[in-house]
Design a protein around this ligand. Structure first.
Ligand SMILES: [Zn+2]
Length: 464
Protein backbone atom coordinates (compact mmCIF):
# COMPACT_ATOMS: atom_id res chain seq x y z
CA UNK A 1 0.00 0.00 0.00
CA UNK A 2 1.48 3.30 -1.15
CA UNK A 3 0.09 6.58 0.15
CA UNK A 4 1.01 10.01 -1.12
CA UNK A 5 0.73 13.06 1.08
CA UNK A 6 0.31 15.68 -1.57
CA UNK A 7 1.25 19.35 -1.72
CA UNK A 8 2.07 19.88 1.94
CA UNK A 9 4.88 22.00 3.36
CA UNK A 10 7.55 19.64 4.64
CA UNK A 11 9.26 20.95 7.75
CA UNK A 12 12.48 19.48 9.12
CA UNK A 13 15.03 20.83 11.59
CA UNK A 14 16.79 22.61 8.75
CA UNK A 15 14.37 23.07 5.82
CA UNK A 16 10.89 24.16 4.88
CA UNK A 17 9.69 23.29 1.35
CA UNK A 18 6.66 22.16 -0.61
CA UNK A 19 6.72 18.53 -1.77
CA UNK A 20 4.80 15.27 -2.01
CA UNK A 21 5.77 12.54 0.45
CA UNK A 22 5.34 8.93 -0.60
CA UNK A 23 4.78 6.33 2.10
CA UNK A 24 5.41 2.72 1.15
CA UNK A 25 4.29 0.33 3.89
CA UNK A 26 6.16 1.44 7.04
CA UNK A 27 8.65 3.84 5.54
CA UNK A 28 9.05 7.03 3.57
CA UNK A 29 9.89 5.90 0.06
CA UNK A 30 10.33 9.22 -1.72
CA UNK A 31 9.98 12.98 -1.45
CA UNK A 32 9.46 14.95 -4.65
CA UNK A 33 7.01 16.46 -7.10
CA UNK A 34 4.07 14.71 -8.80
CA UNK A 35 4.40 11.47 -6.85
CA UNK A 36 1.64 8.90 -7.20
CA UNK A 37 0.36 6.10 -4.94
CA UNK A 38 -2.68 3.90 -4.28
CA UNK A 39 -4.12 6.55 -2.02
CA UNK A 40 -3.73 10.32 -2.01
CA UNK A 41 -4.06 12.70 0.92
CA UNK A 42 -4.38 16.39 0.12
CA UNK A 43 -2.10 18.33 2.45
CA UNK A 44 -2.42 21.72 0.83
CA UNK A 45 -1.99 24.44 3.43
CA UNK A 46 -0.69 21.91 5.95
CA UNK A 47 2.71 21.27 7.44
CA UNK A 48 4.17 17.79 7.12
CA UNK A 49 6.43 17.17 10.11
CA UNK A 50 8.15 14.18 11.72
CA UNK A 51 6.15 12.58 14.52
CA UNK A 52 6.94 14.03 17.92
CA UNK A 53 9.38 12.18 20.18
CA UNK A 54 8.96 12.52 23.92
CA UNK A 55 12.03 11.12 25.67
CA UNK A 56 10.80 11.60 29.22
CA UNK A 57 7.60 9.84 30.28
CA UNK A 58 6.38 7.62 33.11
CA UNK A 59 3.53 5.36 32.06
CA UNK A 60 2.10 2.81 34.48
CA UNK A 61 4.79 3.70 37.00
CA UNK A 62 4.66 2.74 40.69
CA UNK A 63 5.26 5.79 42.90
CA UNK A 64 4.66 6.35 46.59
CA UNK A 65 2.04 3.63 47.04
CA UNK A 66 0.14 4.19 43.81
CA UNK A 67 0.79 4.16 40.05
CA UNK A 68 0.73 6.84 37.38
CA UNK A 69 -2.71 6.82 35.79
CA UNK A 70 -1.89 6.35 32.09
CA UNK A 71 -0.82 2.91 30.91
CA UNK A 72 0.88 2.01 27.63
CA UNK A 73 -2.40 2.12 25.76
CA UNK A 74 -4.06 5.23 27.15
CA UNK A 75 -0.78 7.14 27.33
CA UNK A 76 0.06 6.21 23.74
CA UNK A 77 -3.37 7.16 22.52
CA UNK A 78 -3.07 10.56 24.21
CA UNK A 79 0.42 11.00 22.76
CA UNK A 80 -0.81 10.24 19.25
CA UNK A 81 -3.72 12.69 19.56
CA UNK A 82 -1.07 15.27 20.41
CA UNK A 83 1.17 14.43 17.44
CA UNK A 84 3.73 12.32 19.30
CA UNK A 85 4.60 8.94 17.76
CA UNK A 86 7.60 7.76 19.80
CA UNK A 87 8.51 8.01 23.47
CA UNK A 88 11.15 6.76 25.85
CA UNK A 89 9.89 5.65 29.22
CA UNK A 90 11.83 4.86 32.37
CA UNK A 91 12.21 1.23 33.38
CA UNK A 92 12.91 1.60 37.08
CA UNK A 93 15.03 -1.03 38.76
CA UNK A 94 13.62 -2.51 41.94
CA UNK A 95 15.98 -3.31 44.80
CA UNK A 96 17.91 -6.50 44.03
CA UNK A 97 16.63 -6.77 40.47
CA UNK A 98 18.94 -7.24 37.50
CA UNK A 99 18.67 -4.81 34.59
CA UNK A 100 17.34 -7.62 32.41
CA UNK A 101 14.60 -8.41 34.92
CA UNK A 102 13.80 -4.72 35.15
CA UNK A 103 13.47 -4.38 31.40
CA UNK A 104 11.43 -7.57 31.10
CA UNK A 105 8.97 -6.16 33.61
CA UNK A 106 8.58 -2.95 31.59
CA UNK A 107 8.32 -4.80 28.29
CA UNK A 108 5.47 -6.67 29.94
CA UNK A 109 3.71 -3.41 30.74
CA UNK A 110 3.83 -2.37 27.07
CA UNK A 111 3.00 -5.75 25.51
CA UNK A 112 -0.37 -5.88 23.77
CA UNK A 113 -1.06 -2.24 24.65
CA UNK A 114 1.48 -0.15 22.74
CA UNK A 115 0.18 1.95 19.88
CA UNK A 116 3.14 4.25 19.20
CA UNK A 117 6.77 3.11 19.21
CA UNK A 118 8.68 3.19 22.47
CA UNK A 119 12.05 2.73 24.06
CA UNK A 120 13.32 2.55 27.61
CA UNK A 121 15.92 4.28 29.70
CA UNK A 122 17.03 2.06 32.55
CA UNK A 123 16.73 3.90 35.86
CA UNK A 124 19.25 2.40 38.23
CA UNK A 125 18.49 2.54 41.94
CA UNK A 126 20.63 -0.33 43.25
CA UNK A 127 24.06 -0.41 41.61
CA UNK A 128 25.55 -3.52 43.19
CA UNK A 129 28.52 -5.34 41.65
CA UNK A 130 26.34 -7.65 39.56
CA UNK A 131 24.56 -4.68 38.04
CA UNK A 132 27.86 -2.91 37.43
CA UNK A 133 28.94 -5.91 35.39
CA UNK A 134 25.62 -6.04 33.60
CA UNK A 135 25.71 -2.35 32.57
CA UNK A 136 27.59 -2.89 29.27
CA UNK A 137 24.76 -5.20 28.15
CA UNK A 138 22.39 -2.22 28.04
CA UNK A 139 23.72 -1.76 24.54
CA UNK A 140 22.60 -5.29 23.57
CA UNK A 141 19.23 -4.66 25.19
CA UNK A 142 18.77 -1.62 22.93
CA UNK A 143 18.40 0.63 25.96
CA UNK A 144 21.39 2.88 25.44
CA UNK A 145 20.68 5.43 28.15
CA UNK A 146 20.82 5.02 31.90
CA UNK A 147 19.16 7.31 34.39
CA UNK A 148 20.35 8.01 37.90
CA UNK A 149 18.54 10.03 40.54
CA UNK A 150 20.44 12.49 42.73
CA UNK A 151 17.18 13.09 44.63
CA UNK A 152 14.40 11.08 46.37
CA UNK A 153 16.56 10.06 49.32
CA UNK A 154 15.77 6.62 50.70
CA UNK A 155 13.89 5.63 47.55
CA UNK A 156 15.53 6.26 44.16
CA UNK A 157 18.56 8.34 45.06
CA UNK A 158 22.10 7.12 44.41
CA UNK A 159 25.26 8.52 46.02
CA UNK A 160 28.13 10.18 44.15
CA UNK A 161 30.21 7.02 44.14
CA UNK A 162 27.47 5.13 42.34
CA UNK A 163 26.87 7.97 39.91
CA UNK A 164 30.57 8.32 39.17
CA UNK A 165 31.14 4.59 38.61
CA UNK A 166 28.18 4.45 36.26
CA UNK A 167 29.63 7.39 34.34
CA UNK A 168 32.93 5.54 33.96
CA UNK A 169 31.07 2.55 32.54
CA UNK A 170 29.14 4.83 30.18
CA UNK A 171 32.37 6.38 28.93
CA UNK A 172 33.76 2.93 28.23
CA UNK A 173 30.74 1.33 26.59
CA UNK A 174 28.90 4.12 24.79
CA UNK A 175 25.68 4.68 26.63
CA UNK A 176 24.33 8.00 27.78
CA UNK A 177 23.97 8.88 31.46
CA UNK A 178 20.84 10.86 32.31
CA UNK A 179 20.55 12.54 35.70
CA UNK A 180 17.75 13.92 37.79
CA UNK A 181 19.85 16.68 39.31
CA UNK A 182 18.70 17.87 42.73
CA UNK A 183 20.59 17.60 46.02
CA UNK A 184 18.51 14.91 47.72
CA UNK A 185 20.36 15.10 51.06
CA UNK A 186 19.72 18.79 51.58
CA UNK A 187 16.14 18.50 50.33
CA UNK A 188 15.53 15.71 52.83
CA UNK A 189 16.62 18.02 55.67
CA UNK A 190 14.41 20.86 54.45
CA UNK A 191 11.38 18.58 54.13
CA UNK A 192 11.80 17.26 57.66
CA UNK A 193 12.21 20.77 59.06
CA UNK A 194 9.14 22.02 57.21
CA UNK A 195 6.98 19.17 58.48
CA UNK A 196 8.27 19.64 62.05
CA UNK A 197 7.25 23.28 61.80
CA UNK A 198 3.74 22.19 60.78
CA UNK A 199 4.09 23.30 57.17
CA UNK A 200 2.06 20.71 55.29
CA UNK A 201 0.49 22.54 52.30
CA UNK A 202 1.46 21.82 48.68
CA UNK A 203 3.46 25.05 48.35
CA UNK A 204 6.09 23.64 50.71
CA UNK A 205 6.95 21.11 48.04
CA UNK A 206 8.46 23.98 46.04
CA UNK A 207 9.92 25.77 49.06
CA UNK A 208 11.81 22.67 50.22
CA UNK A 209 13.35 22.12 46.78
CA UNK A 210 14.95 25.50 46.06
CA UNK A 211 16.57 26.15 42.65
CA UNK A 212 20.06 26.41 44.19
CA UNK A 213 19.91 22.71 45.07
CA UNK A 214 19.13 21.85 41.46
CA UNK A 215 21.90 24.14 40.22
CA UNK A 216 24.37 22.58 42.67
CA UNK A 217 23.52 19.01 41.64
CA UNK A 218 23.63 19.94 37.95
CA UNK A 219 27.08 21.46 38.39
CA UNK A 220 28.28 18.45 40.40
CA UNK A 221 26.98 15.92 37.86
CA UNK A 222 28.63 17.84 35.04
CA UNK A 223 32.01 17.95 36.78
CA UNK A 224 31.82 14.25 37.70
CA UNK A 225 31.03 13.37 34.09
CA UNK A 226 33.96 15.44 32.87
CA UNK A 227 36.32 13.51 35.13
CA UNK A 228 34.76 10.20 34.10
CA UNK A 229 34.99 11.20 30.45
CA UNK A 230 31.33 10.46 29.74
CA UNK A 231 28.70 12.53 28.01
CA UNK A 232 25.80 13.64 30.21
CA UNK A 233 22.14 14.43 29.65
CA UNK A 234 20.44 16.51 32.35
CA UNK A 235 16.72 15.78 32.46
CA UNK A 236 13.99 18.33 33.26
CA UNK A 237 16.17 21.38 33.88
CA UNK A 238 14.04 24.15 35.36
CA UNK A 239 15.97 27.25 36.31
CA UNK A 240 18.52 29.88 35.34
CA UNK A 241 21.18 28.67 37.79
CA UNK A 242 21.14 25.10 36.50
CA UNK A 243 21.10 26.41 32.95
CA UNK A 244 24.18 28.46 33.67
CA UNK A 245 26.04 25.31 34.76
CA UNK A 246 25.15 23.67 31.44
CA UNK A 247 26.16 26.74 29.45
CA UNK A 248 29.54 26.94 31.18
CA UNK A 249 30.20 23.26 30.46
CA UNK A 250 29.15 23.52 26.83
CA UNK A 251 31.27 26.64 26.56
CA UNK A 252 34.37 24.66 27.43
CA UNK A 253 33.40 21.98 24.93
CA UNK A 254 32.14 19.29 27.30
CA UNK A 255 29.56 16.88 25.81
CA UNK A 256 26.76 18.08 28.09
CA UNK A 257 23.14 18.06 26.93
CA UNK A 258 19.98 19.11 28.70
CA UNK A 259 16.25 19.09 28.30
CA UNK A 260 13.55 21.14 29.85
CA UNK A 261 9.89 20.17 29.98
CA UNK A 262 7.07 22.09 28.40
CA UNK A 263 5.28 22.93 31.65
CA UNK A 264 8.28 24.82 33.07
CA UNK A 265 7.65 27.61 30.53
CA UNK A 266 4.14 28.21 31.82
CA UNK A 267 3.91 27.82 35.59
CA UNK A 268 5.62 29.14 38.69
CA UNK A 269 5.87 28.09 42.32
CA UNK A 270 2.84 30.32 42.98
CA UNK A 271 0.69 27.72 41.22
CA UNK A 272 1.40 25.41 44.16
CA UNK A 273 -0.14 28.05 46.43
CA UNK A 274 -3.57 27.95 44.80
CA UNK A 275 -6.50 27.88 47.22
CA UNK A 276 -7.21 24.77 49.25
CA UNK A 277 -5.39 21.68 48.06
CA UNK A 278 -5.49 22.57 44.36
CA UNK A 279 -1.77 23.34 44.28
CA UNK A 280 -1.19 19.57 44.51
CA UNK A 281 -2.03 19.34 40.80
CA UNK A 282 1.20 21.25 40.14
CA UNK A 283 3.43 19.09 42.34
CA UNK A 284 6.30 17.57 40.38
CA UNK A 285 10.06 17.49 40.82
CA UNK A 286 11.93 19.66 40.31
CA UNK A 287 9.16 22.15 41.12
CA UNK A 288 7.99 25.18 39.15
CA UNK A 289 10.15 28.24 39.61
CA UNK A 290 9.91 31.98 38.80
CA UNK A 291 8.95 33.98 35.73
CA UNK A 292 12.62 34.95 35.33
CA UNK A 293 13.46 31.23 35.05
CA UNK A 294 10.81 30.78 32.36
CA UNK A 295 12.46 33.56 30.40
CA UNK A 296 15.88 31.94 30.80
CA UNK A 297 14.45 28.65 29.52
CA UNK A 298 12.88 30.26 26.43
CA UNK A 299 16.23 31.81 25.67
CA UNK A 300 18.03 28.52 26.37
CA UNK A 301 15.96 26.49 23.92
CA UNK A 302 16.35 29.18 21.26
CA UNK A 303 20.15 29.47 21.57
CA UNK A 304 20.73 25.68 21.85
CA UNK A 305 21.89 25.72 25.47
CA UNK A 306 18.97 23.30 25.81
CA UNK A 307 18.50 20.72 23.07
CA UNK A 308 15.25 18.94 23.88
CA UNK A 309 11.79 19.73 25.22
CA UNK A 310 10.02 16.73 26.73
CA UNK A 311 7.10 16.38 29.15
CA UNK A 312 8.02 14.21 32.15
CA UNK A 313 4.44 13.00 31.64
CA UNK A 314 3.56 11.30 34.92
CA UNK A 315 -0.14 11.77 35.52
CA UNK A 316 -2.00 11.17 38.75
CA UNK A 317 -5.66 11.71 39.56
CA UNK A 318 -6.43 14.80 41.56
CA UNK A 319 -9.27 12.89 43.18
CA UNK A 320 -8.05 9.32 43.09
CA UNK A 321 -9.04 6.23 45.05
CA UNK A 322 -12.70 6.48 43.94
CA UNK A 323 -14.62 4.95 41.00
CA UNK A 324 -11.90 2.36 40.43
CA UNK A 325 -9.18 4.98 40.09
CA UNK A 326 -5.78 4.36 41.67
CA UNK A 327 -4.89 6.70 44.53
CA UNK A 328 -3.79 10.15 43.43
CA UNK A 329 -2.84 13.56 44.72
CA UNK A 330 -5.17 13.22 47.75
CA UNK A 331 -2.52 10.97 49.33
CA UNK A 332 -0.70 14.15 50.30
CA UNK A 333 -3.54 15.96 52.07
CA UNK A 334 -2.00 17.06 55.36
CA UNK A 335 1.55 16.22 54.21
CA UNK A 336 2.98 17.75 51.03
CA UNK A 337 5.79 15.16 51.01
CA UNK A 338 3.23 12.42 50.30
CA UNK A 339 1.71 14.07 47.20
CA UNK A 340 2.55 11.86 44.20
CA UNK A 341 5.09 13.77 42.10
CA UNK A 342 4.12 14.30 38.50
CA UNK A 343 1.98 16.12 35.97
CA UNK A 344 0.19 15.13 32.76
CA UNK A 345 1.39 16.60 29.45
CA UNK A 346 2.17 14.02 26.74
CA UNK A 347 -0.86 15.12 24.71
CA UNK A 348 -0.26 18.86 25.02
CA UNK A 349 3.45 19.32 24.28
CA UNK A 350 3.45 19.80 20.51
CA UNK A 351 0.45 22.12 20.31
CA UNK A 352 1.29 24.22 23.34
CA UNK A 353 4.83 24.75 22.02
CA UNK A 354 3.60 25.47 18.51
CA UNK A 355 1.25 28.11 19.90
CA UNK A 356 3.50 29.74 22.48
CA UNK A 357 6.86 28.95 20.91
CA UNK A 358 6.45 29.22 17.14
CA UNK A 359 3.45 31.55 16.90
CA UNK A 360 4.63 33.38 20.00
CA UNK A 361 7.91 34.21 18.28
CA UNK A 362 10.18 32.37 20.70
CA UNK A 363 11.71 30.11 18.03
CA UNK A 364 11.25 29.08 14.41
CA UNK A 365 9.09 26.24 13.20
CA UNK A 366 12.29 24.38 12.27
CA UNK A 367 13.60 24.76 15.80
CA UNK A 368 10.28 23.45 17.12
CA UNK A 369 10.76 20.31 15.02
CA UNK A 370 14.38 20.07 16.13
CA UNK A 371 13.54 20.37 19.86
CA UNK A 372 10.53 18.05 19.80
CA UNK A 373 11.45 15.48 17.14
CA UNK A 374 14.95 15.56 15.68
CA UNK A 375 17.26 16.17 18.64
CA UNK A 376 15.51 13.55 20.77
CA UNK A 377 16.15 11.03 17.98
CA UNK A 378 19.77 12.13 17.53
CA UNK A 379 20.69 12.06 21.21
CA UNK A 380 18.98 8.77 21.94
CA UNK A 381 20.19 6.60 19.07
CA UNK A 382 17.10 6.66 16.83
CA UNK A 383 18.23 8.98 14.03
CA UNK A 384 17.54 8.91 11.08
CA UNK A 385 15.03 6.09 11.56
CA UNK A 386 13.01 8.55 13.64
CA UNK A 387 12.88 12.33 13.95
CA UNK A 388 13.11 13.37 10.30
CA UNK A 389 11.13 13.36 7.07
CA UNK A 390 13.57 11.65 4.69
CA UNK A 391 13.58 8.68 2.30
CA UNK A 392 14.26 5.48 4.25
CA UNK A 393 13.04 6.89 7.56
CA UNK A 394 10.06 5.41 9.36
CA UNK A 395 6.83 6.97 8.12
CA UNK A 396 6.15 8.63 11.48
CA UNK A 397 4.43 11.68 10.08
CA UNK A 398 2.12 14.35 11.40
CA UNK A 399 0.03 16.44 9.05
CA UNK A 400 -0.22 19.64 11.04
CA UNK A 401 -2.99 22.14 10.46
CA UNK A 402 -1.53 25.53 11.39
CA UNK A 403 -4.93 27.24 11.45
CA UNK A 404 -6.98 24.74 13.48
CA UNK A 405 -7.90 25.95 16.95
CA UNK A 406 -8.91 24.31 20.20
CA UNK A 407 -9.34 25.06 23.86
CA UNK A 408 -7.40 22.67 26.06
CA UNK A 409 -9.57 21.00 28.68
CA UNK A 410 -9.60 17.93 30.89
CA UNK A 411 -13.14 17.35 29.59
CA UNK A 412 -11.88 16.65 26.07
CA UNK A 413 -8.36 15.30 26.64
CA UNK A 414 -7.35 11.68 26.14
CA UNK A 415 -4.95 11.52 29.09
CA UNK A 416 -6.29 9.55 32.05
CA UNK A 417 -6.59 12.30 34.63
CA UNK A 418 -9.27 14.59 35.99
CA UNK A 419 -7.37 17.81 35.35
CA UNK A 420 -5.17 19.55 32.81
CA UNK A 421 -2.49 22.09 33.71
CA UNK A 422 -3.38 24.18 30.65
CA UNK A 423 -7.15 24.16 31.25
CA UNK A 424 -8.76 26.91 29.15
CA UNK A 425 -5.69 27.68 27.06
CA UNK A 426 -6.48 28.49 23.42
CA UNK A 427 -4.14 26.75 21.02
CA UNK A 428 -3.74 27.50 17.33
CA UNK A 429 -2.23 24.68 15.27
CA UNK A 430 -3.23 21.04 15.75
CA UNK A 431 -2.38 17.61 14.38
CA UNK A 432 -4.78 16.72 11.57
CA UNK A 433 -3.53 13.23 10.71
CA UNK A 434 -0.96 11.19 12.61
CA UNK A 435 0.91 8.22 11.14
CA UNK A 436 3.19 5.79 12.96
CA UNK A 437 5.27 3.65 10.57
CA UNK A 438 2.69 4.32 7.89
CA UNK A 439 -0.29 3.29 10.01
CA UNK A 440 -2.90 6.00 10.43
CA UNK A 441 -3.49 6.47 14.16
CA UNK A 442 -5.44 9.71 14.29
CA UNK A 443 -7.67 11.32 11.69
CA UNK A 444 -8.99 14.61 13.04
CA UNK A 445 -10.90 13.68 16.19
CA UNK A 446 -11.16 10.02 15.22
CA UNK A 447 -9.05 7.23 16.66
CA UNK A 448 -7.85 4.74 14.04
CA UNK A 449 -5.11 2.94 15.97
CA UNK A 450 -4.97 -0.60 17.22
CA UNK A 451 -3.64 -1.75 20.59
CA UNK A 452 -0.44 -3.77 20.29
CA UNK A 453 0.72 -2.21 17.01
CA UNK A 454 3.49 -0.10 18.58
CA UNK A 455 6.93 -1.68 18.73
CA UNK A 456 10.04 -1.40 20.87
CA UNK A 457 12.78 0.69 19.29
CA UNK A 458 16.16 -0.98 19.73
CA UNK A 459 18.34 2.12 20.02
CA UNK A 460 21.93 2.59 18.91
CA UNK A 461 24.81 3.43 21.28
CA UNK A 462 25.40 7.07 22.05
CA UNK A 463 27.41 9.01 19.52
CA UNK A 464 27.55 12.79 19.17
ZN1 LIG B 1 10.65 12.00 35.26
Amino acid sequence: MRTVIKGGTVVTASDTYTADVLIDDEQIAAIGQNLAGDMTIDANGMYVIPGGIDVHTHLDMPFGGTTSSDNFFTGHQAAAFGGTTTHIDFAIQGKGMSLKETLDAWHGRARGKAVIDYGFHIAITDLNEAVMEELPYCIDYGTTSVKLFMAYKGALMVDDETLFRAMQQAAKHGFLICVHAENGDAIDVLIRQALEAGHTEPKYHALTRPPELEAEATYRAIRLSEVAGSPLYVVHLTNAGALEAVQLARGRGAPIYAETCVQYFFFTKDDLDRPGFEGAKWVCSPPYREVSDQQALWKGVADNSLQVISTDHCPFWYEGGIDGRPAGKELGKGNFAKIPNGCPGIEDRMKVLYTAGVRGGKFSINRWVELCCTNPARLFGMYPKKGVIAPGSDADIVIWNPEATATISAATQHMTTDYNLYEGMEVVGLPQMVFSRGRLLVDGDTWKGEAGSGVFVHRKPFKV
